[in-house]
Design a protein around this ligand. Structure first.
Ligand SMILES: NC(=O)c1ccc[n+]([C@@H]2O[C@H](COP(=O)([O-])OP(=O)(O)OC[C@H]3O[C@@H](n4cnc5c(N)ncnc54)[C@H](O)[C@@H]3O)[C@@H](O)[C@H]2O)c1
Length: 436
C-alpha cells in the first residue's frame, strides 16, 4: 500500500518507518527542509534507540522516502497519516493550526478517495473539523474519510511499542476506511494485537483519558512519597505493595521530580480545557496537575535543605536533563523547571546529560554544560539527579565526592541505595524514603 505520513518528529518518523517495514511504500513529509535533507543523508533529527538502522534498512529497500512535497505525497498515497505537533497554547488547549494547515493542503490536492488518519493527539471533535477543512478546500466533490487513530508509543522504546502495542484504536464508522486501516495494521493483528473499533470521537477521547490516567498514577505515587517522608515509610515498598495488585499494576508508580515530556503535561491540560468547554469539571485531573507542580517545589526544597537553607551563590550539579532516560526530548522536562527555579535563586548550574545537551542548550542557554558526571560534580554544593540514565547507576562515588565542595546528593529518581551513599560519605536524600 502507498502511505504518506505528514510530520517526521518522534511519532511520524517511527510510525512511517514501521509501516515501511511492514512492506508498504511510505513517503514521510515534513515542512522542515533541513530535517528532510538530513534524513535523506541518513542523519536522524531525534535520538531514538535503534531508529537509525531501522530507517537506513527501509530506505535502502526503497520502501521509505523523505520529502517536503506534500501535494505529491498525498497524490500517490491511499492513506495519509497526520502526525504533526499539537503543543499547548496559553489556555491549555492544544494548538491545532498545523493539523488544520495540513488538512487544508490535503483538500486542495484531493482528486480521488483517500483515508486521512489523525495520529496527532487532538481534542474530541477535531476529526470532524479536519473533515470540514478538507471539504472546504476541495476543487471538486471527492469522497474521503477522516479517521482517528491515536498513537500510544513512548519515546525511548518507540519502535518496540509501535510493533508490540497493547491495542490499536481505529475511530471511524466508515466501513471502507475500517477495512483499509485493518489492512494497514494486519501485521499487528496477526500477532494478536487487539484492534479496537470505535467512533472517531471515542478514539479521540481514549488517548487523553489514557494519558491523564498515567499522569494520575505518577501524581498519586508522588503524593504517597511525600506522606512516606512525613510518617517514616518507604515509598518504594509502598509502590511494590500496591503495584503487585493486578487491579493496579506496577508501571508508572515510580516517584520522582514529577511527570514531564511532550505528552502528559499538555494532554492533561488539554483534557481539562475540553471538560471546561463541555461544561463539566474534572476534579481528579485538576488535582493531578496541581500535585505535579508541587512536586517540583518539593525537589527545590530538598536541594535548599541540602545546602543549608539558602541557595544564593551556591553551585548545583545536575545529572540528567532529558524528561526521561533514552530520549533527547526536553519538552517540559522536570529539569527545565528545576533549573529555572534554581537560577531564580541565584545559583550556578553545572549540568550533564548523555544525549539531550543539544536540545537543552536551546531552552537553557545560561548554564554550564559538562562532558561527564564527574565534571558536573566539580566544585558543587549539591548534586541532583533528575534523569534516570543507566550510566548514572554505577558511578565512582569517591571520585564524585572528592570533586564536590560539599558531599550532598539529592536523588530525585531514587536511583541509589541510601545506605551505600551514606557509607560513601554523602548527605543523601531521595524521594519518599526515610532519611539515611
Ligand atoms: N512524542 C511522543 O511520545 C508522542 C506519543 C504519542 C502521541 N504523540 C502525539 O503525536 C503528535 C506529534 O508529536 P511529536 O512528538 O512527533 O511532535 P514533533 O514536534 O516531534 O514532530 C512534529 C513534526 O511535524 C512537522 N510539521 C508541523 N507542521 C507541519 C506541516 N504543516 N507540514 C509538514 N510537517 C509539519 C514539524 O516540522 C515536526 O517535524 C502530537 O500530537 C503528540 O501529542 C506524541
Amino acid at each position: 500500500m502507498n502511505i504518506c505520513v505528514v510530520g517526521t518528529g518522534y511519532v511520524g518518523l517511527v510510525v512511517g518507518t514501521c509501516f515501511a517495514d511492514f512492506g508498504n511504500y511510505v513517503v514521510c513529509v515534513d515542512k522542515d527542509t533541513a530535517k528532510i535533507e538530513a534524513l535523506r543523508r541518513g542523519e536522524l533529527p531525534i535520538y531514538e534507540v535503534g531508529l537509525t538502522d531501522f530507517v537506513r534498512r527501509n530506505k535502502q529497500a526503497g520502501r521509505l522516502v523523505f520529502s517536503t512535497d506534500l501535494p505529491e505525497a498525498v497524490r500517490r498515497s491511499l492513506v495519509v497519516f497526520i502526525a504533526v505537533g499539537t503543543a499547548s497554547t496559553g489556555n491549555g488547549s492544544p494548538d491545532l493550526s498545523s493539523v488544520f494547515g495540513v488538512a487544508g493542503e490535503i483538500g486542495r490536492v484531493l482528486t480521488e478517495y483517500k483515508v486521512i488518519v489523525n495520529k496527532s493527539t487532538v481534542p474530541v471533535g477535531t476529526g470532524a473539523r479536519v473533515a470540514e477543512t478538507i471539504r472546504e478546500n476541495l476543487a471538486e466533490p471527492v469522497d474521503f474519510t477522516v479517521v482517528s487513530n491515536p498513537e500510544f508509543l513512548r519515546e525511548g522504546t518507540a519502535i518496540d511499542d509501535f510493533l508490540h502495542p497493547d491495542r490499536v484504536v481505529i475511530g471511524t464508522d466508515n466501513s471502507r476506511a475500517q477495512a483499509i486501516l485493518k489492512d494497514v495494521y494486519r501485521p499487528l493483528a496477526l500477532s494478536n494485537t487487539p484492534i479496537l473499533q470505535t467512533t472517531r470521537e471515542t478514539a479521540e477521547l481514549i488517548k487523553y483519558a489514557a494519558n491523564a490516567f498515567l499522569a494520575m498514577k505518577i501524581s498519586y505515587i508522588n503524593e504517597m512519597a511525600h506522606l512516606c517522608e512525613l510518617v517514616g515509610a518507604d515509598v518504594g515498598h509502598v509502590a511494590m505493595g500496591i503495584g503487585a495488585d493486578a487491579r493496579i499494576g506496577p508501571s508508572f508508580l515510580q516517584p520522582g521530580p514529577g511527570y514531564g515530556g511532550s505528552c502528559l503535561p499538555k494532554d492533561t491540560r488539554a483534557l481539562l480545557a475540553t471538560a471546561q468547554e463541555a461544561g463539566c469539571g474534572l476534579k481528579i485531573i485538576d488535582a493531578v496537575v496541581q500535585v505535579n507542580q508541587e512536586q517540583l517545589e518539593r525537589i527545590i526544597d530538598k536541594i535548599r535543605r541540602g545546602v543549608g537553607g539558602s541557595l544564593k551563590g551556591k553551585t548545583i550539579g545536575v545529572l540528567g536533563l532529558a524528561f526521561k532516560a533514552n530520549t533527547d526530548d526536553m519538552r517540559e522536562a522536570p529539569a527545565v523547571g528545576v533549573i529555572r527555579r534554581l537560577l531564580e535563586e541565584s545559583t550556578s548550574i553545572r549540568a550533564y546529560d548523555p544525549v539531550a545537551e543539544h536540545q537543552a542548550r536551546k531552552i537553557l542557554p545560561d548554564i554550564r554544560y559538562e562532558s561527564s558526571p564527574y565534571e558536573a560534580a566539580t566544585g558543587c554544593d549539591a548534586l541532583v539527579v533528575l534523569t534516570e540514565w543507566n550510566e548514572f547507576r554505577d558511578l565512582d562515588f569517591d571520585g564524585i565526592r572528592g570533586r564536590m565542595r560539599a558531599p550532598v546528593l539529592i536523588d530525585a529518581r531514587n536511583m541509589y541505595n541510601p545506605s551505600t551513599l551514606v557509607r560513601a560519605g554523602f548527605v543523601y536524600e531521595g524521594v519518599g524514603r526515610k532519611k539515611a
